[in-house]
Design a protein around this ligand. Structure first.
Ligand code: HEC
Length: 117
């Protein structure tokens, strides 16, 4: 192996992560996220967008009076829902740290309410 390979990877990998847009999520396994991404692309992306961007003007009813698919990324409000309502590790990677914390708290409240110790 070329002796420059390892330092180069160490330099480039974090830059790629930042450029990729999805913040690294320390509390979920990469394989779970990859599986989530697959499920998402298969069942959800057609409506919610390939990057979770949702429909343009998603927060106004369309001409039929129906709400368009909202985004799941940090511009939407998916991060406000508890785990009980959401399926997806993958969606978490689309949010900011603050939004992930909020969503984690929201899920803990639900879990405590449903299983009194
Ligand atoms: C046929 C289109 C369609 C598909 C496919 C679809 N959705 Fe949706 N989804 C919508 C629409 C439209 C809404 C908004 C409904 C409303 O506000 O009345 C919505 C709302 C949601 C919400 C609530 C969003 C929020 O921020 O409050 C979540 C969460 C959600 N969808 C998750 C998913 C997931 C996960 C999948 C895939 C397993 C999926 N959806 C597949 C159309 C779709």
């Amino acid at each position: 192996m070329n002796k420059w390979f390892v330092p180069l990877v160490l330099l480039v990998a974090p830059a790629l992560l930042m450029a990729g847009g999805a913040p690294p999520n320390s509390d979920s396994l990469p394989t779970e996220v990859a599986k989530g991404r697959q499920i998402y692309e298969q069942y959800c992306a057609a409506c919610h967008g390939w990057q979770g961007e949702g429909a343009a003007n998603w927060n106004k009813p369309d001409e039929k009076g129906e709400m368009p698919p909202p985004p799941h990324d940090e511009t939407g409000h998916t991060w406000r829902h508890s785990d009980a309502m959401l399926v997806i590790e993958y969606l978490r990677t689309l949010w900011t740290d603050d939004q992930r914390r909020y969503q984690q708290n929201e899920s803990q409240d639900i879990n405590q309410a449903e299983s009194p110790s």
